[in-house]
Design a protein around this ligand. Structure first.
Ligand SMILES: [Zn+2]
Length: 178
């Protein structure tokens, strides 16, 4: 379905978001068959004409880079591809609610909208998290970006609970909250 996001009603928009998220889940799930399985994937679409610019995976382990989250990688690849600093006119999809670093990068990039699947609470069951909701990062800035989710939360969460991923995560050692 190649539809513009501009002239669609909320029901159509929901269907488009779900279709793009399902496609992102499928893309991310392919990593589960590789030696570097990750549950985190991101894609960027042109908000107006609905074309997909690119998809990216988390590559923290692969690149020995703690900042190589899927969203940051997608944004870096997109601005380089477009040779532009601004991603105004683009929408980012991510299988998990963006962490503060990723949401801040989305704001600096000027993305129109960020749509996420699983939540920080979901991811927290398996790996370390920073407990600041993506919407709070937006609220505390003078930049604007619509944050919407969860979309296909259950489907996105299956990426975390896949046996391959559970083995890769290992047991989750929780910090004791004082
Ligand atoms: Zn992140």
């Amino acid at each position: 379905m190649l539809l513009s996001n501009m002239a669609v009603n909320p029901k159509q928009r929901k269907a488009i978001d779900e279709e793009r998220m399902a496609s992102l889940v499928a893309f991310t799930a392919r990593s589960l068959k590789t030696k570097a399985p990750v549950p985190f994937g991101a894609s960027i679409y042109n908000t107006t004409d609905g074309t997909m610019l690119l998809q990216a995976l988390n590559a923290v382990s692969k690149e020995f880079d703690p900042s190589s989250h899927a969203e940051v990688r997608a944004i870096r690849l997109a601005t380089k591809k477009l040779k532009k600093l601004s991603l105004k006119g683009y929408t980012l999809y991510t299988t998990c609610e963006p962490c503060p670093m990723c949401m801040s990068t989305a704001l600096w990039a000027g993305l129109d909208r960020v749509v996420y699947g699983a939540t920080i609470e979901d991811a927290d069951k398996h790996c370390q998290q920073i407990y600041i909701p993506a919407t709070e990062i937006v609220t505390r800035s003078d930049m604007r970006c619509k944050v919407e989710g969860p979309v296909l939360r259950a489907e996105c969460y299956t990426l975390f609970t896949d046996p391959t991923m559970l083995r890769a995560f290992g047991p989750r050692a929780k910090r004791k909250l004082k």
